[in-house]
Write a protein that binds this ligand. Structure first.
Ligand code: URA
Ligand code: CA
Length: 442
């Protein structure tokens, strides 16, 4: 097979065969196909697209480029959940124990990422002693014993994606729906998921800013899952304002604990119930999403979800007293209130800008080598639609570098718009995509 011929074919908008896609991914992973040829292919894909069959083939070729995780030692259907990334997205911290408390096994692998805050692993590491390194045997044994575990991603999972993503990043070929869909799904499939629930975020603070693009990505990923025999459901959800109130590592752990106690922010709780209900249905432990939602709600109210979090923290070496008394979690030295310059209604809280402030305060990473400050971040006192009096608190800035407070405050004030007219908050969930089709909710 000639790489040149394959590139020419894709440039002309033709469909590549399974063997041609395998040849490209194998050769690129092994280093026999150079970056410049792969970059030409990625650009051709950006401009010409890929058919659903090609996209599924690309995904499976990428899965085969490295090791895969074998979760067959865990009884039951292993449902994984993935978010395309948002600001203050505390859902995994809530969902892992919540779904496990309802009887579905959760074997969660998580990365650290370069987000505005750390990843789920970084967040949990604000609990002293919490260990995220586990052998595959320990991981499987813990899920079998207590129903859930979270560990760091093995380095050798989907090497083709690591290489290809780095290449796309510098060749203006990141935002291609089939390339993104294959990249995300290959990691979920290599991670051993039997079924997958995807939270595709849309809005200012999301990878997919446009709602219709988010639906396109959702459909592409559901199509891949369906083609490779792993039932996949995707929700398209709002990320025009941060989810919940807390944006920061320990701050989000505290928010997750509040939510598991049944006192969390309404939007975070509602989204966790929605995502969790699909996870329970796919796991086969609830017949319908409605029945699943009842069980999840009960687990939040009767303390069993919170008890599951404590069990997981204890199993992974963490100090459970921090869950009982979240006040003990790392706390910033300076907490400054940002107050409303005028009264009215909150019209907009730019998710991206709030995320950037959290990163500026030290909550996130700019490069892989950076460390995150667990204590810092932003807590919103108001959300879009809330009425506000002049001088009332809009947000808290939690900082360990006091010299950064004035700039953080100015940036937050610029991100939060207040107007005189009542405002309808944005929808939380735009729709649900399954193999059977699409349901629009907003
Ligand atoms: N996230 C991924 O994992 N891959 C992409 O290509 C884009 C976002
Ligand atoms: Ca949050």
């Amino acid at each position: 097979m000639q790489v040149y011929e394959i590139l020419y074919k894709k440039r002309q908008g033709q469909e590549l065969s399974t063997a041609e896609i395998d040849f490209l991914i194998e050769g690129y992973t092994r280093g026999t196909i150079p970056d410049y040829q792969m970059a030409a292919w990625a650009m051709a894909v950006c401009l010409r697209g890929m058919t659903p069959r090609e996209t599924a083939d690309l995904t499976m070729a990428m899965v085969r480029s490295g090791v895969t995780v074998d979760l067959s030692g865990i009884a039951g259907v292993k449902v994984d959940k993935h978010s395309t990334g948002g600001v203050g997205d505390t859902t995994s911290l809530v969902l892992i124990p919540l779904v496990a408390a309802c009887g579905a096994p959760v074997a969660k692998m998580s990365g650290r990422g370069l987000g505005h805050t750390g990843g789920t692993l970084d967040k949990l590491e604000s609990i002293p002693g919490f260990r995220v390194e586990m052998t595959p045997e320990e991981f499987v044994a813990q899920v079998n014993r207590i129903g859930c575990a979270i560990c760091g991603q093995t380095a050798d999972l989907v090497p083709a994606d690591k290489k290809l993503y780095a290449l796309r990043d510098v060749t203006a070929t990141v935002d291609s729906i089939p390339l993104i869909a294959a990249s995300i799904m290959s990691k979920k499939l290599a991670g051993g998921a039997d079924a997958i629930v995807l939270d595709v975020k849309t809005g200012d603070g999301a990878f997919m800013r446009d709602v219709e693009d988010a639906f396109r990505l959702a459909r592409a990923m559901v199509e891949i899952g369906t083609r490779v025999g792993r039932e996949t459901v995707a929700l398209v959800t709002d990320m025009s304002q941060p989810l919940g109130r807390a944006v920061g590592n320990a701050l989000e752990v505290a928010e997750a604990i509040e939510t598991l106690r049944g006192f969390g922010p309404a939007d975070l709780e509602a989204l966790c119930l929605e995502l969790g209900s699909h996870m329970l249905r796919l796991a086969g432990v609830a017949p319908t999403p409605e029945e699943a939602k009842k069980r999840l709600t009960r687990a939040l109210r009767d303390g069993s979800a919170l008890a599951k979090l404590k069990e997981m923290v204890a199993a992974q070496g963490g100090d459970v007293s921090y869950i009982n008394q979240p006040i003990k979690l790392p706390r910033a030295q300076h907490i400054k209130l940002v107050t409303a310059p005028a009264g009215g209604y909150v019209r907009r809280i730019g998710a991206l800008a709030v995320g950037e402030v959290a990163r500026f305060l030290g909550a996130g990473r700019a490069t892989k080598e950076d460390t995150v400050d667990p204590a810092v971040g932003v807590v919103l006192r108001k959300k879009v639609g809330d009425p506000v009096q002049p001088g009332e608190a809009l947000a808290e800035i939690h900082a360990n570098h006091p010299e950064r407070l004035p700039e953080a405050e100015a940036r937050l004030l610029a991100a939060i718009e207040i107007g005189p007219e009542p405002v309808t908050p944005p929808p939380l969930i735009y729709g649900v995509v399954t193999a059977a089709g699409e349901e629009r909710l907003a």
